[in-house]
Design a protein around this ligand. Structure first.
Ligand SMILES: C[S@@+](CC[C@H](N)C(=O)[O-])C[C@H]1O[C@@H](n2cnc3c(N)ncnc32)[C@H](O)[C@@H]1O
Length: 244
């Protein structure tokens, strides 16, 4: 590993990785797996949209791959659908986590399909290649469905959000999960949000754990209709939206 790389500086507390750099948690202490399902899958109405079967392929765009938890939750949901559409999950990550932290997810959520040796090795190889050559910035995986001819494709782009978003295609569902706006304004800057708009189409949905008023107003200003929803567990509110 390149010793000059900007290390993520992570501490594990009761099974939850905490970023010392950003002063924030990667997922909630209270039922991270369930929270990811509630906020991102259900907040984006993915189960209903996929059941309608209007498209043969859908795209998800995530800001912040982190531990991969949202990816695993989405993959588990899709793998259990009897007749799924194809799903292409695009994510981005500027500070890839080391294997010990990724592996800790398996202890935090026992019995869930998470990091195995193949995936860990593949992810590590991909970000080490990127560290040596910034042009080699993609980790791509194609996972076949257990009972249908459709695939789940994961593409993680390494680099800063501003560069990575330019390489995203048009997205059907956004997972806005880049730490809290106060702690990480770059993931919520006007530039980032306007790139989200550029890669949206009429009907694109978004969901995020934050309920910050300025994020709601800025997204509304870009043409999203935003609704406040009840947050997960003890959290009061979160935001969902659709591009009009
Ligand atoms: C809350 S965590 C994401 C949690 C993740 N979705 C999961 O399932 O574990 C936010 C992520 O955004 C990444 N990040 C923060 N600022 C970034 C930036 N400017 N560009 C790219 N990635 C960034 C962090 O390294 C971190 O992995």
């Amino acid at each position: 590993m390149d010793p000059n790389r900007d290390q993520p500086e992570i501490e594990l507390k009761e099974g939850v990785p905490i970023s010392l750099k950003f002063g924030d948690l990667y997922f909630s202490k209270e039922g991270g797996w369930e929270e990811s399902k509630y906020v991102f899958l259900e907040g984006n109405r993915i189960p209903e949209s996929l059941a309608k079967g209007l498209k043969s392929q859908y795209t998800i765009g995530e800001l912040g791959f982190g531990t991969g938890l949202n990816f695993f939750v989405t993959l588990a949901f899709w793998s259990n659908l009897p007749n799924p559409p194809g799903l292409h999950f695009y994510s981005l990550e500027g500070f890839p986590l080391p294997r010990e932290i990724l592996q800790s997810l398996n202890l935090s959520f026992p019995g869930k399909p998470l990091w195995n040796e193949n995936l860990l090795g593949g992810y590590e190889n991909a970000y080490e290649r990127w560290e040596k050559n910034p042009l080699e910035r993609i980790w791509k995986l194609v996972i076949p469905h257990p009972h249908s001819p459709k695939n789940f494709t994961l593409e993680v782009l390494f680099g800063d959000v501003s560069d990575c978003l330019d390489h995203f295609p048009s997205i059907d569902f956004w997972y806005l999960d880049g730490f809290s706006p106060k702690k990480n304004p770059r993931m919520w800057s006007d530039e980032t949000l306007s790139k989200i708009k550029t890669h949206s189409h009429v009907g694109t949905r978004l969901a995020t754990f934050t309920a910050a008023g300025f994020i709601r107003r800025n997204l509304e200003g870009l043409g999203f209709m935003i609704e406040k929803q009840k947050g997960f567990g003890k959290k009061r509110e979160m935001l969902t939206g659709v591009f009009l």
